[in-house]
Design a protein around this ligand. Structure first.
Ligand code: M6R
Length: 607
């Protein structure tokens, strides 16, 4: 929800802090700040708004040690006084996460004479470390002891003006990694912020604390036990996080889908058969023993789960439930130790999904699989099996390529489960694998529809509401289309299974309510056509994404775009793409901030 960068080096680190924050802005973007040690004093600069505002405010500041932060407000409105870093005496702190016992700490520290100047939970961390430093002059020890008193999730970075050559960082629940180089050492919320200086990354574990100087690092557990963590050489290309010729990351990421799918499907390469091993060592045994699937996810990732439910039950014959993670974690459910629990997440750090996974495990459900885009993330580390989608970094808040690659992964899971249950004859297996391999080409053809979709987008600019319809495995695609539109264009959008229309939402239909329908030529098309007639009969204006052979006639109030290929079971992967493009172009017409829509953040690492 927030982004952290910290650095200590032999040269000026301020440009590294600013550049790093720009890369992390997707995590939060309502205010930003930095603190450096200059002339043995903390110098702090904060600004409401984007990192560009901070950059302007920072002017010519130069230093060799510093910390920086971009914020997504949880405690306290976006305002300079609530922006990080927070200072206490000679120390400064940046924080990502939520401290649950901050009120108790605040009252204890107020009693000790500390004066709070912000509404944040973070300020109590700053005062707590300062108070601990009074009895223990060593920053590393003081941060370690202070962290023992924190309840909640955090990644923090701390500097002390009396020890100007070092930064101390710690993590529990929120992501944090170190970047190592010959000229200095760094820390950040994710690797993209540090690719400017190094590819050598050390991922901290929950409960780790680290001290960085320009010449080295040391890591210990919160109880003081020293630990070593492996150095990973990041494979992220710097280009992957650059905009290139695109106007927005969302646009770039929509157009990267053919490549993202091809990379993700490398798991099945040129093979004519699919093996359980693509989900990790031990998958064959575990998947053979399961009797059902429980999918846990949020937002767009939940929509990929809803789609997979149709595949898993129809093709693999496995009962499947999909639960919104924030609901599952707090409801009393009936555990089933033979169930496969699938956590789906682009970031792998979503607090609700992680908590739901832990809850499922605490109920004795140990058959767990992560479908995730970030290999080192908490969700991946906490699952027995894993499938890493290879979408590359997704920066735009609105998820696009993560969704289609999740669908590809879930289709592979369907095929593996169908196979272990003897429901997949070799010719059918071969045929599905060929279709999967052809997907990047098919997606490219759909992307070519962009000019026609752009023309449609103009008509949505003055609308307040929109309805999305789909049936069967395309109903979740309608849900995803509605989420995309509301997320980035702020048009209120709802999705319904088309058969539900007459049970209520039809009352909303008039000339001012555009109705967008996903209409592939499948066994439900005739039913869907009847539902579309119901809309027409009420004067509604229809925008239909059909297949080439869907046979829906065009008229003044029925606008049709035809997708070039009919794609059977995998059709949801193609049909979501025009909906992504439609929401992107409507947002462009409306002039919203496409990559950083209001009130949202990319990684939701708080509850
Ligand atoms: O990283 P995750 O996939 O776990 O994130 C889940 C949701 O927060 C995410 O999909 C969100 O709904 C997107 N902004 C939708 O575009």
């Amino acid at each position: 929800m927030c982004g952290i960068v910290a650095a200590t080096a032999g040269n000026n680190i301020v440009p590294v802090l600013i550049e790093g924050l720009k890369k992390l802005e997707y995590r939060g973007y309502d205010s930003a700040g930095l603190a450096v040690i200059a002339g043995n004093e903390i110098e702090r600069t904060r600004a409401v708004g984007r990192v560009a505002e901070l950059e302007a405010a920072a002017g010519q500041i130069a230093a060799t040690t510093g910390i920086a932060h971009t914020r997504w407000a949880t405690h306290g409105v976006p305002a300079e006084r609530n922006a990080h870093p927070h200072v206490s005496g000679g120390i400064a702190v940046v924080h990502n996460g939520i401290i649950e016992n901050y009120e108790a700490l605040r009252s204890e520290l107020t009693d000790q004479g500390y004066v709070f100047t912000s509404d944040t939970d973070t300020e109590s961390i700053a005062h707590l470390i300062e108070a601990t430093l009074q009895t223990n002059g060593n920053l590393f020890a003081a941060v370690r002891l202070a962290c023992q008193r924190l309840i909640g999730a955090y990644a923090i970075a701390v500097i002390d003006q009396t020890q100007p050559d070092r930064v101390v960082v710690a993590r529990e629940g929120s992501p944090l990694l170190l970047g190592l180089s010959d000229s200095g050492n760094y820390a950040a919320s994710d690797a993209s912020a540090l690719l400017q200086v190094t590819r050598n990354m050390v991922y901290l574990e929950n409960g780790d604390i680290a001290e960085l100087t320009a010449s080295g690092i040391r890591i210990s557990r919160l109880d003081g036990t020293p630990v070593k963590r492996p150095v990973h050489v990041s494979e992220l290309s710097a280009d992957a996080v650059e905009l290139g010729n695109y106007r927005h990351y969302m646009q770039k990421e929509i157009f990267e889908q053919p490549e993202a799918l091809a990379n993700t499907l490398e798991a099945v390469g040129g093979s004519k058969t699919i093996q359980p091993g693509i989900f990790g060592a031990g998958a064959a045994g575990m998947l053979a023993g399961i009797d059902s699937v429980l999918i846990l996810a949020c937002g767009t990732s939940a929509h990929s789960g809803y789609t997979a439910r149709y595949w898993l039950e129809a093709i693999a014959g496995v009962p499947c439930n999909v639960e919104i993670a924030s609901e599952y974690r707090y409801r009393t459910s009936v555990p089933n130790p033979r169930q496969l629990v699938v956590a789906i997440s682009q970031s792998g750090e979503t607090a609700d999904t992680l908590a739901a996974l832990r809850h499922a495990k605490s109920l004795g459900q140990e058959n767990t699989l992560a479908i995730c885009n970030v290999p080192e993330s908490a969700i991946v580390r906490e699952c027995a099996l894993r499938f890493i989608t290879r979408a590359g970094p997704e920066i735009g808040v609105a998820s696009t390529k993560a969704f289609t690659t999740q669908l590809a992964a879930l289709f592979l899971l369907t095929l593996v489960l169908a196979k272990v249950r003897q429901r997949l004859a070799p010719p059918q297996e071969n045929c599905f694998l060929d279709q999967l391999r052809h997907l990047p080409v098919a997606v490219n053809k759909v992307l070519a529809l962009e000019p026609a979709i752009e023309a449609w987008a103009e008509r949505f600019a003055d609308k307040q509401h929109a309805l999305f319809l789909g049936r069967g495995r395309h109903y979740p695609i309608a849900l995803e289309g509605a989420l995309k539109l509301k997320e980035i264009s702020y048009i209120h959008a709802e999705a319904y299974p088309a058969g539900e229309l007459k049970h209520g939402p039809l009352a909303l239909v008039d000339a001012n309510m555009p109705v967008i329908s996903v209409a592939p030529n499948d066994d439900l098309l005739d039913k869907l056509k009847s539902n579309l007639k119901e809309v027409q009969a009420r004067g509604g204006e229809l925008y239909v994404f059909a297949d080439e052979d869907s046979q829906i006639p065009e008229s003044d109030a029925v606008h049709i775009l035809r997708l070039p290929e009919h794609y059977g079971e995998l059709s949801p992967i193609l049909h979501v793409i025009p909906l992504q493009l439609l929401s992107y172009h409507v947002a462009l017409v409306k002039g919203t901030d496409v990559d950083k829509p209001r009130n949202l953040a990319k990684s939701v690492t708080v509850e």
